[in-house]
Structures are given as structure tokens and as C-alpha cells.
Design a protein. Structure first.
Lengths: 263, 275
């Protein structure tokens, strides 16, 4: 019988160093953070207690108001997404290789990266001195936030387009607009629609959060009832948020799958 | 008509020109639907009141405030350091805990690594619910449960991260070649041994990748969790926003920007090593 040689384990000093560094950072963070870990022991009991308060006897009479506020949040998300699409579409082309000069391109890309690094709620705080505490502020903050991601995904999709049709359009004398229309648009459409929908899903979640600073919608209602400690209402609000978010995700996910599979 | 023109015309006639692509009625319906929804969401009665009049009214005062964003108040820096550190600590701890929790859960959500349909759907359903609640709402509720500080922030981030990591990693398990897993089964391994020996090494790159991504998300997210009392920079943001100190807000934004971008560079370097 031949002797089986078991392949030896790969030992890599770089990997070991990486593990040690990561370990040190994590332990350091645990060590230094000011947290009363003893409270963690009470947490399971607390969670059960509050879950009981929230869901044992939900205050269903608040459902109509909750749905109204959720609709306001969703409307905010929709308007934000639409404005974001309108802004990011041309900007995406300005950031794509082959459609704009390098300085413009890099300027755009840095701009997108900066927007992506700032949470929407901070954008909302920054613009609310002009727009006031209205749903419009929320929609505009979401629009600006969307430009960061949609712009990035946009130029990546445009650069990923098969160059064949673009060359063909150019060869038959197409100008830049015609190249976009006939060389880029047909093959990039599924990608674009897919990530527009995906961004809408993200915006639905963010719009619920934006209510925390008082721009209206379900987040506003949730913060106030949490502050009043009216847990039976908070439970209803959470149920509404979960169902609406999951419903929108399901519909949008189904559409995205159909578009990507090409029907 | 010249002779040349006639040749061209004949050539075009013989060329098999494909029919011009037509929009299907479905596309028109979709566009129509989008326009209708947009119109409803923009109507003052039913949706977002898009009144430019208020903006025009506030412009004078507001624009001045926004211009303050361009002049950060550097003297505010010492006060931001502890909050900034707390934000980073929260992000790191939450990422570490979430990574540890997510690994077995991802194995439990993928068909290849968990053939048991009931437990799989149970974990999936639970994670779908967890994922549909935004991090700040978790934080708002947890602050009420365990009191203000970094702890509710960390728990909120962990819940938020587990949803993301498990979804991404279990999808990458499904995309893997089942050959190695079958070999493990043929060699007589039980499911735990198979997962440990063949699935785990396969998903490591995608797992590390998602964890890095989540760390980036966490730095962004933990900087605002303080708005509801969950520790970190958000507490300061809340303070400066009530006094409209936009020059100080600007410094905070700048700090978040620098850290997120530095982290982005770092994780890109790690990612290049992975593949």
C-alpha cells in the first residue's frame, strides 16, 4: 500500500502577523471601551421584558396613523431616489473612462467617495438650516446620499459595457449622444435599473431613520413613542416597519431578478 | 438619381437590416407607473411637500450656516477626540462580535452546508426580520432598554452587521462548487466535519471581505448612533446641531471622512492580497 502524503499546512508569516494585529486591535478596543459589561448579563431578561411589553398587547388602534407615517417615509425615499437618479445619471457618465477627460473624471469620483463617507442623517442636519424640518429635507438628503452610490455604480457599469457596440456606433458616424443611446444604454439598462431599485430599498430604510431628527415619517413617530415609553405602540410601529420594508424588498427584489435574467 | 446613388440604394435594399428595436408595452407601463408614483409622492396633499418657497425664505439665513461648513472650527478638535475613539471602539468591537456570530449562522443559512430545510428557513426568516430594521432604530430602542452609552450602540451594530454578513457569505457558499463538500460526504464525514474541512476554507475570502466592508459601514453608522444616546461622535453631533454650530459639525464630518477613507484604502489593500 502506498503511503498517503498528507499535504502540509501552509504557514505564512504575513498571515500570522495579520492575525496578531487584528487580535491586538480587537482586544485593545474591548479593554479600553467604557462599557459596563455587567449590564450585558441583565440584557436577556431586559430584552424579554421589553419584547413582552411591546408585543403582548399591541395597540392596534395606532395602525392607521403608523401606515400614514410610513407612507410619508416611503414617499421621501421615492422622491429622494428619483432626484438621485436624475442627478447621478449624467454625473456617472462624467466619471466614466472614455466619456470625459481625466481631471473631471477624478473630480467626480472623489466627490462620490466623499458623499458615500457621510451618513445621510448628517447630510440632512447640514441642509436643514435652508430647507427646514420638513420631509423635503429628508428627500433631498437621501437624493444627495444616493448620488454617491449611484454615481459610483453608474460609472462602473458604463465602463463594464462591451466595447463592441460602442465602436460600431462610432464607426458608423455616431456622435457622443448616439453612442450613449445605441452603444451604452441597451447593454447597461439592466444594471442601471437594478441598482436604482436597490438604492430605493436602501433609501426606504434610511428614510425611517431620518425621522429621528424630526423631518417626519415613521422615524419621528417611533422616536416620540419610545421617549414616552409607550411600548405597546412601539411594538405596532416595529411590526409595520418590518412588514413594509420586507414587502418593498420582496417586490423590488423580484423585479431586479427578472431584469437581470432578461425578460 | 446618379448611378452611385442607385447602387447604394440597392445595397441597402439587399442588406438584411434588423428591425429597429421597439419598446414593448411593458416598458411603457413601467415608465408610466414610475411617473404616476412620482407625481403622487410629490403632491403636497399625499406626499412630500416640495415647496421651494420655504427654501427661498430660509435662503439668506440658511446659506450662511451652510457656508460655515467650509470653515471648520479647529479649536473644537480636543473635545472630539474621546468621542471619536469611542466611535472607533464601538465599530471594532461590533465587527468582531458580529464576525464570530455570523460564521456559524452563514453555514446554517446555505443549502449546501445545512441540508435541513426547517432549521434553514427558520434562521433565514429570523435574519430577514433582523435585516429589515435600521441600525438607528435598534439603537433608539436599546437605549431605552439598557441605558445610554456605548453598549446599546454596540448591540445595535452587531444586529445590523449579522444580517449583512450572513446574507452575503451564505450567497457565496451557494455559489461555490459543491464537489469538495460531496467528497467530504463520500469520505464519511458528518455535516459539521464537512463544513469545517471544505466549506470553511472556501468561504474565508468572502467572509473576510464582508467583515472589512462591515467595519467600514460601522464607522459610518457608529458616528451617528449617538444621536439617540448610544455613544460616540453622535452625542457631539446632537449637541452642535442644537446650537447650529456648523463650523464644529464641519470638523466632525471631516474626521469621519478621513477615517472612512483611510479604512477604505486599508481594506482595499487587504482585499488585493486576498485574491
Amino acid at each position: 500500500m502506498t503511503v498517503l502524503t498528507i499535504p502540509s499546512r501552509r504557514r505564512d508569516w504575513r498571515r500570522s502577523t495579520a492575525v496578531i494585529i487584528v487580535g491586538a486591535v480587537v482586544i485593545g478596543a474591548f479593554w479600553t471601551v467604557e462599557v459596563n459589561w455587567a449590564r450585558l448579563a441583565e440584557l436577556p431578561a431586559q430584552v424579554l421584558h421589553y419584547l413582552w411589553l411591546m408585543f403582548s398587547d399591541p395597540d392596534w388602534s395606532k395602525v392607521p396613523e403608523a401606515l400614514g407615517q410610513t407612507w410619508k417615509s416611503v414617499a421621501m425615499a421615492w422622491v429622494g431616489t428619483v432626484i438621485g437618479i436624475l442627478l447621478s445619471f449624467p454625473l456617472g457618465f462624467l466619471a466614466a473612462r472614455g466619456f470625459s477627460p481625466a481631471p473631471v473624471r477624478w473630480g467626480m469620483r472623489v466627490g462620490f467617495a466623499i458623499i458615500r463617507a457621510v451618513p445621510e442623517i448628517i447630510i440632512a442636519i447640514a441642509i436643514l438650516s435652508v430647507t427646514g424640518l420638513t420631509p423635503l429635507t429628508g428627500a433631498l438628503a437621501l437624493a444627495i446620499g444616493s448620488v454617491g452610490t449611484l454615481g459610483k455604480w453608474g460609472y462602473e457599469a458604463i465602463e463594464g459595457v462591451d466595447p463592441g457596440p460602442i465602436e460600431a456606433t462610432r464607426a458608423s458616424g455616431g456622435n457622443i449622444a448616439q453612442i450613449l443611446r445605441w452603444g451604452v444604454w441597451p447593454s447597461a439598462t439592466p444594471d442601471f435599473i437594478s441598482f436604482w431599485l436597490y438604492r430605493f430599498e436602501i433609501n426606504v430604510r434610511s428614510s425611517a431613520v431620518l425621522g429621528l431628527i424630526g423631518v417626519g415619517g415613521i422615524g419621528d413617530m417611533l422616536t416620540s413613542y419610545t421617549q414616552f415609553r409607550e411600548w405597546s405602540t412601539v411594538g405596532v410601529l416595529i411590526i409595520v416597519v418590518v412588514i413594509v420594508t420586507m414587502g418593498i424588498d420582496a417586490v423590488s427584489g423580484a423585479i431586479r431578478r427578472r431584469i437581470v435574467e432578461g425578460t | 438619381m446618379s448611378a452611385r446613388g442607385a447602387t447604394v440604394a440597392r445595397t441597402i435594399a439587399t442588406l438584411d437590416i434588423p428591425p429597429r428595436p421597439r419598446w414593448q408595452w411593458k416598458s411603457w407601463c413601467a415608465v408610466g407607473l414610475v411617473v404616476i408614483i412620482t407625481a403622487i409622492t410629490l403632491s403636497p396633499r399625499w406626499g412630500v411637500d416640495f415647496s421651494l418657497e420655504a427654501i427661498a425664505r430660509n435662503w439668506q439665513n440658511g446659506a450662511e450656516k451652510i457656508l460655515q461648513l467650509l470653515v471648520p472650527d479647529w479649536s473644537f478638535f480636543p473635545r472630539t477626540v474621546p468621542a471619536l475613539l469611542e466611535t472607533l471602539q464601538m465599530a471594532v468591537i461590533a465587527t468582531a462580535v458580529a464576525a464570530v456570530v455570523s460564521l456559524p449562522l452563514s453555514l446554517a443559512t446555505a443549502r449546501l452546508t445545512n441540508p435541513n430545510g426547517y432549521s434553514r428557513s427558520l434562521v433565514r426568516a429570523l435574519l430577514n426580520v433582523i435585516r429589515s430594521i435600521p441600525d438607528l432604530l435598534y439603537a433608539a430602542i436599546l437605549v431605552a432598554m439598557v441605558g445610554v452609552g456605548a453598549l446599546p450602540g454596540i448591540i445595535a451594530l452587531v444586529l445590523f452587521n449579522v444580517g449583512i454578513i450572513v446574507k452575503m457569505v451564505s450567497e457565496s457558499i451557494e455559489a461555490n462548487d459543491p464537489g469538495a463538500l460531496e467528497a467530504g460526504r463520500a469520505a464519511g464525514g458528518n455535516q459539521v466535519q464537512i463544513n469545517r474541512a471544505s466549506a470553511l476554507p472556501d468561504i474565508m475570502p468572502s467572509f473576510i471581505n464582508q467583515t472589512l466592508y462591515v467595519l467600514e459601514l460601522n464607522v459610518r453608522a457608529s458616528s451617528v448612533l449617538g444621536l439617540v444616546g448610544a455613544g460616540g461622535l453622535g452625542l457631539l453631533i446632537d449637541a452642535v446641531r442644537t446650537f447650529y454650530r456648523y463650523d464644529q459639525l464641519s470638523l466632525i464630518i471631516l474626521e469621519i471622512l478621513i477615517i472612512v477613507m483611510a479604512l477604505d484604502v486599508l481594506s482595499n489593500a487587504v482585499r488585493r492580497r486576498l485574491v
